[in-house]
Ligand binder design. Structure first.
Ligand SMILES: Cc1cc2nc3c(=O)[nH]c(=O)nc-3n(C[C@H](O)[C@H](O)[C@H](O)COP(=O)(O)OP(=O)(O)OC[C@H]3O[C@@H](n4cnc5c(N)ncnc54)[C@H](O)[C@@H]3O)c2cc1C
Length: 383
């Protein structure tokens, strides 16, 4: 391959593709619109989920060519508060997730991937916003374009011990959950919404109140963060020279928004497709698409649960010997899930596509979303 592969976006998807291509001897140039990686985030904690497949997330990282040179801490206990205020402590035989940090700090996943890419010899061009690539092989890794779910939260310092706590209640996190993740004196608290985005501030305030009533925690130097996730199904290649990866391809867990694994997996698969000439569509179909379809069917079920359903689900979880195995079953493809997916995809529409905001002195979800200008800016590349 004579020309370098252009990679647009230095998130987990783009950098994983870059690392694998460069290791295989293919030159790549990564264009990142911001002056550094991770500016869409603010030092908030995220979970690298460890329940949807048998493979442990650490093995997964190694299988997609990523080394662990960032904070990646296993959490095997989750406290869940149901709408009645009851606390359920769920213990798992293996880590439920690995906590990682997102943003520009040295220990973040974003910086870790950047260091691995640079050490492999990848060229990254900063402050390079690319809206069109006229020729050559191109990996599009620009992140979400629209909001199917949003999160609003704070990061803060605390003396509370490390913990992972979730709150389910449609009055504070409609059709989703609020979460509190604490590690080494730093904490992230956020509420997620799958509907009713315009009332995000009021949901956040109610969620924060609830959290403070139920958890004895000191909140010091809080800073706001927020964001959105996007899932959809469209062909992941275009014109034999575009490979769409990560959330710009709609690869995102439809159930709860855990998209990092899919981002890195798809970056790896796009690289394999370019290196070996194998069809990316087939690789995606085999490794990603089925599980995403199931997650959209699960979203439909979750949306129907309501507060009574959350209480019931937690009382089931309490009695299980191996809750991870139970969670994994939710991601298993089956004829029933395929049928439900057909219903779910008709019922489910992307909730918010930004059409009107002029983004001046504005507090909308798009404008609060780190330094990234606007999630819909790359729409033209796909259409
Ligand atoms: C608040 C929040 C909490 C989350 N929590 C979790 C969690 O706990 N677990 C989990 O697995 N997932 C979580 N996610 C989802 C996860 O962050 C994403 O799925 C993942 O970051 C997607 O990676 P990506 O590489 O596809 O896109 P991104 O991480 O968005 O990276 C895209 C990059 O492309 C750049 N870019 C965009 N347009 C251009 C352009 N035109 N030119 C050049 N560069 C461009 C952007 O600046 C950015 O750096 C969360 C998301 C949010 C918003």
């Amino acid at each position: 391959m004579s020309e370098a592969v252009q990679i647009i976006g230095a998130g987990p998807a783009g950098l994983t593709a870059a690392i694998n291509l460069k290791r295989a001897g293919i030159d790549v140039v990564v264009h990142e619109q911001n002056k550094d990686v991770g500016l869409r985030f603010n030092g908030d904690f995220q979970g690298l989920e460890n329940w949807s497949t048998n493979q442990d997330a650490i093995q997964f990282l190694s299988s997609v060519g990523v080394s662990v040179n960032f904070l990646c801490k296993p959490y095997s206990e989750l406290a869940v508060f149901t709408p009645s205020g009851k606390r359920h402590l769920v213990k798992f035989a293996r880590p439920l997730f690995y906590l990682v940090e997102r943003g520009t700090t040295e220990t973040s996943l974003d910086c870790g991937l950047k260091k691995q890419a640079i050490a492999t010899g990848v060229e990254i061009v900063w402050n390079s916003k690319v809206d069109e690539v006229k020729q050559g092989n191109t990996v599009v890794a620009t992140g979400p374009k629209a909001a199917d779910a949003i999160a609003k939260g704070i990061v803060f310092s605390t003396s509370h011990e490390d913990a992972a706590i979730t709150f389910v209640d449609d009055r504070i996190a409609p059709k989703a959950y609020a979460y509190l993740l604490i590690n080494g004196g730093k904490a992230t608290f956020a509420t997620c919404l799958f509907v009713d985005f315009k009332n995000e501030r009021s949901y956040f305030e109610k969620a924060f109140d609830r959290m403070q009533k139920l958890v004895q925690i000191d909140v010091r130097s809080p800073r706001e963060f927020g964001g959105f996730v996007n899932f959809f199904f469209k062909p992941a290649t275009k014109g034999n020279r575009f490979w769409y990866v990560g959330e710009s391809a709609g690869f995102q867990d439809g159930l709860w928004g855990f998209g990092m694994r899919y981002a890195m997996m798809s970056g790896y698969l796009a690289a394999q497709s370019i290196i070996t000439g194998k069809s990316y569509e087939s690789l995606v179909q085999k490794n990603i698409e089925k599980i995403l379809e199931v997650s959209i069917a699960d979203r439909l079920i979750f949306s129907l649960l309501g507060n009574r359903g959350y209480e019931k689900a937690l009382s089931i979880l309490d009695k299980l010997e191996d809750p991870i195995a139970w969670l994994r079953k939710w991601y298993n493809p089956s004829p029933l899930k395929t049928a439900m997916f057909q219903v779910a995809k008709r019922w489910y529409r992307t909730r918010l596509i930004d059409k009107q905001c002029m983004h001046m002195n504005c507090d909308c979800v798009w404008c609060r979303h780190g330094n990234q200008p606007h999630g819909h800016s790359m729409e033209q590349m796909k259409n």
